[in-house]
Design a binder for this molecule. Structure first.
Ligand SMILES: *Cc1c(COP(=O)(O)O)cnc(C)c1O
Length: 426
């Protein structure tokens, strides 16, 4: 199909993320992808290939078309691509669950596999509410979170996303009303820790759980905070009989420099969500892990089952490639690579801080963020990055990058230059 025809059909029929129908700008057509490069069907701004600065939204940590991951999918495809999970089981899902338990913080022990991050958050919330219901305390049914968060686009996740400035403002009044506290400051402040303690205590009687993204708040604003706050949350939750949920969908699998962000302070949640990089960006899959306390609570209740079961639960292809991706990650010195990218981003983005219109440049792990003092002109910023041969996807007042861990130093320098060009143009 020709490029023009494809774009015309796309405009006529295809909805894209966070877009109107039809979209206001034409998307670029990607023909194939390999390593850290996206190959375009037709050159844009004179570029036939773009270095991927986004890891396809945190997921493609090993880059594209990776021989090891391709082989994992192919091998599984020849055995079976899917089989229902009710009453049946299979080695890829069982091995994946066991592996996740092994690499995530103790005492997480049980794994619920689902199709996407948002669904894994739905399951996490359902687990927490049902736990308290089973214990005869159904009034504990609200969630507490801090502002500036993002947990997905289905209803429960939306209800704990930042209520302002986010994409879900429209639904105020329709969504379940959760308890919000101020967004965490970047550095540790005792007064903010006290606020967390006070609010958790004050609402404890109606709270099922606290849910947060540990260390890095992603799509809610790309903000970083001192991991010490996680310890404060853990202690306050324990003191007041409230469960703690960590949404590690963006931060999981090494992105912040530790395998999971919670590892930075050795704090364990009661429930934890992983997704995005779980399959190395190959297939859609997420998981909700919980402790035996939570699982036993649910399973000894009046309705002693967790009533959730996606059709494609535990999909064998996704499980097989997730296992391969985790093994591939852990078989290398991934910490060195993440550190190398962190250093490259710090050095490469430092000059961007001097540009007019730039409010702040911040880097944490393999994540680089430029915050402007105005909303970004998305079309102009994207075009400027493409002109530099780099794919970026800015939003709100943010131009940011989280490159695949396999990004070489020269490509990393080009990504940083493109972030600068986008900041100057946007
Ligand atoms: C992306 C994301 C989600 C939602 O995951 P989907 O797979 O897009 O549904 C939830 N929480 C966090 C922290 C995320 O970054």
């Amino acid at each position: 199909m020709g490029n023009d025809e494809l774009i015309a059909l796309d405009r006529a029929h295809v909805w894209h993320p966070y877009g109107p129908m039809p979209g206001r700008t034409d998307p670029l057509v990607v023909e194939s992808a390999s390593g850290v490069r996206l190959r375009l069907a037709e050159p844009a701004e004179g570029r036939a290939e773009l270095i991927d600065g986004m890891s396809s939204w945190w997921s493609a940590i090993h880059g594209y078309n990776h021989p090891v991951l391709n082989e994992a999918v192919r091998g599984q495809l020849d055995r079976m691509s899917h089989v229902m999970f009710g009453g049946l089981t299979h080695e890829p899902a069982v091995r994946l669950a066991a592996r996740l338990v092994e690499i995530t913080p103790e005492p997480l022990r049980h794994v619920f596999l689902s199709d996407s991050g948002s669904v894994s958050v739905e399951v996490a919330v359902k687990m927490c509410l049902q736990y308290w219901r089973s214990l005869g305390r159904p009034e504990k049914q609200r969630m507490l979170t801090w502002r500036g968060g993002y947990h997905g686009d289905t209803w429960q996740p939306m209800s704990v996303c930042d209520p302002q400035g986010g994409m879900h403002e429209l639904w105020t009044g329709v969504l379940q009303r959760q308890v919000f506290v101020d967004a965490p400051p970047a550095a540790y402040e005792e007064s903010y820790a006290d606020l967390l303690r006070t609010e958790i205590g004050r609402h404890a009687h109606e709270l099922a759980a606290v849910i947060v993204e540990p260390v890095v708040q992603g799509a809610g604003g790309m903000r970083f905070h001192d991991p010490e706050y996680l310890r404060v949350l853990r202690e306050a939750c324990d003191a007041h009989d409230v469960l703690l949920v960590f949404d590690e969908i963006a931060t999981g699998f090494g992105r912040t420099g530790t395998l999971f962000a919670a590892d930075q302070v050795g704090v364990s949640p009661d429930v934890m969500c992983v997704g995005k990089a779980l399959t190395g960006g190959y297939l859609s899959m997420a998981a909700t892990l919980c402790t035996s306390r939570v699982a036993d609570g649910i399973s000894q209740g009046e309705v002693p089952v967790l009533a959730h079961g996606p059709t494609f639960m535990g999909n064998p292809l996704a499980s097989a490639v997730a296992l391969a991706s985790i093994d591939l990650l852990l078989s290398q010195d991934w910490q060195v690579e993440v550190k190398r990218i962190e250093t490259g981003l710090r050095e490469g983005l430092a000059p961007v801080a001097e540009l007019p219109g730039v409010r702040e440049v911040r880097v944490s792990g393999a994540i680089g963020v430029v915050q402007l003092d105005h909303p970004v002109d998305m079309a102009a910023a994207t075009r400027a990055a493409v002109r530099e041969g780099v794919w970026l996807r800015p939003f709100r007042d943010l131009i940011y990058t989280m490159p695949p861990y396999v990004t070489g130093d020269a490509d990393l320098a080009r990504i940083c230059a493109a972030v600068g060009a986008a900041a100057a143009a946007g």
